[in-house]
Ligand binder design. Structure first.
Ligand code: AHR
Length: 493
């Protein structure tokens, strides 16, 4: 079935800056994301840079990861940072009780994470342990990371090889405190948040940016009760800069067995996420105004596809390892497109997770490290960063029929379209309101099989291909196959 669709890009109708942080990532001690994925260890035969998988570092550097959240997730509320510093052979072996009881030798700790961030150019975002830790443990971690010198903790960091402070700005206070992070009510979390955040110090020149646990999906009850409790009966309103919701796109099939209906039903969640962002943003504005504090950023610090697990696959590759298909590439475009459309409402978004877990950008198998279809979507869409998102007029539902985002600078308009339907071919006729169309170049990601993926035997099956869109009068005309992405670059003379 082929459908024709008009789209108008309103070049002079600005939404806001597309902050690079909207393209952020997340790494947890879970399955083979950290151990066996990004971290292979210094003595591994797999080529590595001080224990970090060299191929993954190279691919992630090219992806220009703007910000990386670590060490969890749920694991964050069980992690004691002192276990992961000092000479590797003297670090304790601990049990990852959060995720499968695996034994960790703590070879990957604070220094290794900071090293990874500096190699790939990412800003670190550390999720601190509130669930089973203490305010002083968090305070000490901040001091260890950020104080230039003079204290015993700063001296310890220097003794462990980091003369310069790490300058970590983003600090999360717990994770999913409504569930794995302590099973708290919003009122209980607000009390803990107030206490923990009070003790987070400013060290050196780094003022911490404090991130509170936000709702699961669009749980407005959590948001309302948390902010009411935070603002009531205290001498000072606690410092809070970011409020992080989690919004996953659950699927009912194993990754490579999706039917058209199952794809449509998974993608419907992106409508839900966009609605949640709009509603939660309005709540945050209201609460900040009532409390007389500066506006609070809304973050989506975990998002992505979450498919049905297969025991055999998890036994072979680790917990929550899921194959990444063309469907995931399109899902990534649906997510980034909606973040661009809501760029004025968001501070950061982190795709879960960067390697080997859930909606991964890289998958590893022994020595091999594959760039997934999702990786290629993210590479294409990098081009929107640090540009102004502009409004689109389209008669279609963005997550079910046609998803579009556009951005501009002085010379170009960049547009990403995703056709989320696995059965409908769409011919788009795109016009620019406010500018004329100059040269147009583009790339497409597509395949006849919605479950197609990149494998060690065929690592380049899903990659972008150059396309030559037709310019007919004042319109660009392009035909998008089912489940495909079209990324266009238009010069505006
Ligand atoms: O990303 C996997 C898990 O999903 C995270 O640890 C947790 O925060 C969420 O429930």
């Amino acid at each position: 079935m082929t459908m024709r669709t008009p789209i108008t890009v309103h070049v002079n109708d600005a939404i806001g800056l597309i902050r690079p942080e909207l393209h952020g990532h997340f790494l947890e001690h879970l399955g083979t994301a950290t151990y066996g994925g990004i971290w292979v260890g210094r003595t591994s035969l797999i080529p590595n840079i001080d224990g970090l998988r060299a191929s993954a570092v190279e691919f992630l550097r090219a992806l220009a990861v703007p910000v990386l959240r670590w060490p969890g997730g749920c694991f964050a509320d069980a992690y004691h940072w002192r276990d992961g510093i000092g000479p590797p052979d003297q670090r304790p072996h601990t049990v990852n009780h959060t995720w499968g009881g695996t034994i960790e030798d703590n070879g990957f700790g604070t220094h290794e994470f900071m090293h990874l961030c500096s190699l790939i150019g990412a800003r670190p975002y550390v999720a601190a342990n509130m669930g089973s830790g203490s305010p002083s443990e968090v305070r000490d971690w901040v001091e260890y990371c950020n104080l230039p010198g003079g204290s015993t903790l700063a001296a310890l960091r220097i003794a462990h090889g980091a003369r310069e402070p790490f300058g970590v700005r983003y600090w999360g206070i717990g994770n999913e405190s409504w569930a794995c992070g302590g099973n708290m009510t919003p009122e209980e979390y607000a009390a803990h948040y107030a206490r923990f955040s009070t003790f987070v110090p400013t060290c050196g020149g780094t003022t911490p940016y404090l991130i509170a646990v936000g709702p699961n999906n669009n749980d407005t009850d959590w948001t309302r009760r948390f902010f009411t409790a935070l603002a009531t009966g205290r001498m000072f309103t606690p410092r809070i800069h970011g409020f992080a919701m989690h919004y996953y796109s659950w699927g009912r099939c194993a990754p490579t067995r999706y039917t058209p209906d199952a794809i449509r039903s998974q993608f419907a969640s992106f409508d839900g996420m966009e609605h949640a962002i709009i509603e939660q943003r309005a709540y945050l504005n209201m609460f900040a105004e009532r409390a007389g504090i500066p506006p609070i950023d809304l973050l989506v610090d975990e998002w992505g596809t979450w498919d049905l697990s297969e025991q055999e696959t998890e036994d072979a590759h680790g917990l929550f390892w899921q194959q990444n298909t063309l469907r995931d590439a399109v899902a990534a475009a649906l997510g980034l497109n909606l973040f661009h459309r809501q760029a004025d409402k968001l501070g950061m978004c982190n795709l879960a997770q960067i390697v080997n877990v859930l909606h991964a950008s890289l998958l590893t198998s022994g020595e091999a490290c594959l760039r997934t279809p999702t990786y290629h979507t993210l590479m294409l869409m990098q081009e929107h960063r640090n540009r102004t998102a502009v409004r689109i007029a389209s008669p279609l539902s963005p997550s079910r029929e046609l998803s579009v985002s556009a951005s501009r600078d002085d010379r170009t308009v960049v547009v990403t379209c995703a056709n989320p339907d696995p059965e409908v071919t769409r011919t788009i006729r795109m016009q620019l309101a406010g500018a004329s169309i100059g040269a147009v170049t583009g790339e497409e990601i597509a395949d006849a099989d919605p479950n197609a993926c990149n494998t060690v035997a065929d690592p380049g099956r899903i990659v972008p291909h150059a396309v030559t869109p037709v310019v007919a009068g004042d319109s660009i005309v392009a035909t998008m196959p089912p489940l495909s992405i079209l990324h266009l670059r238009i010069t505006i003379p």
